[in-house]
Design a protein around this ligand. Structure first.
Ligand code: ADP
Ligand code: MG
Length: 239
């Protein structure tokens, strides 16, 4: 199988502090990989490196076989969804969904078709005229996902997209994200510190600690055969 993402010997230092240490990671096309680890272990930093929002100190990043180590974020074929929605408050949902496409000079009829498709998939059609302030947390997060969806990207990066939501909504949106992935078949790299989220969503989980991947394996494998005491303790303890 082709690799959608290849991270080779990636090191990221903030000043004298090494946050990602000589990391290697391959994600297959269509795979759902969850980066799981405690706060501060470098999950967001790794996503930001993949997205091109941070300049790496050493190593290489390939997306669909292309070396994108020094490529602009917009040239990487990646859509990123953040914890804090990052919607434009003054724009309607429709405006939020179409903004990036307008900037990229996508023709208007294509924008309309892409927005309609995303709205249908995410069931936000009736909300298109509203502004973010008039949406619930779950609805905002759907719009944030929609913004990545309209761009037809191959790779979705999610940074703790559900952590601001209550338990009920979290489990609902978990199911939805799973369905979305089954429907689109794209590659997902999904960051969370929530063990349940990781176990239910992932094809493979990368358990991280201190900027190092401790174990990368299928959920069952990690659960049944943790590579070390840290992994055992982290997966074993309730969130
Ligand atoms: P996580 O997402 O796993 O909670 P982060 O990737 O946000 O962790 O952070 C990893 C480490 O890098 C933390 O120790 C954090 O304090 C540090 N860090 C993150 N961003 C910066 C920055 N811009 N400058 C310096 N240190 C940072
Ligand atoms: Mg983080």
């Amino acid at each position: 199988m082709t690799n959608s993402i290849e991270v080779k010997d990636l090191t990221l230092n903030f000043g004298a502090v090494s946050v990602l240490k000589n990391m290697n990671l391959n994600v297959a096309e269509g795979e759902f990989v969850v980066l799981l680890g405690p706060s501060g272990c470098g999950k967001s930093t790794l996503l930001n490196c993949l997205a091109g929002l941070l300049e790496i100190t050493d190593g290489q990043i390939f997306i669909k076989g292309k070396n994108v180590t020094w490529a602009e974020p917009s040239a990487r074929g990646i859509g990123m969804v953040f914890q804090s929605y990052a919607l434009y408050p003054q724009m309607t949902v429709r405006g939020n969904l179409s903004f990036g496409l307008k900037n990229a000079r996508v023709p208007r009829d294509q924008i309309e078709a892409k927005v309609a498709r995303a709205a249908e998939i995410l069931q936000i059609g009736p909300l298109l005229h509203r502004k973010p302030a008039a949406l619930s947390g779950g609805q905002r997060q759907r719009v944030a996902i929609g913004r990545a969806l309209v761009r037809d990207v191959d790779v979705f990066l999610f940074d703790e997209p559900l952590s601001n939501l209550d338990a009920k909504l979290r489990s609902e949106l978990r199911v939805e994200i799973k369905r979305l992935h089954a429907k689109l078949g794209n590659t997902m790299v999904y960051v969370t510190h929530d063990q349940i989220e990781a176990l239910t969503l992932a094809d493979r989980i990368a358990v991280m600690r201190g900027g190092i991947i401790q174990q990368l394996a299928a959920p069952q494998e990690i659960y049944n055969r943790p590579a070390n005491l840290f992994v055992a303790g982290f997966i074993g303890s309730p969130s």
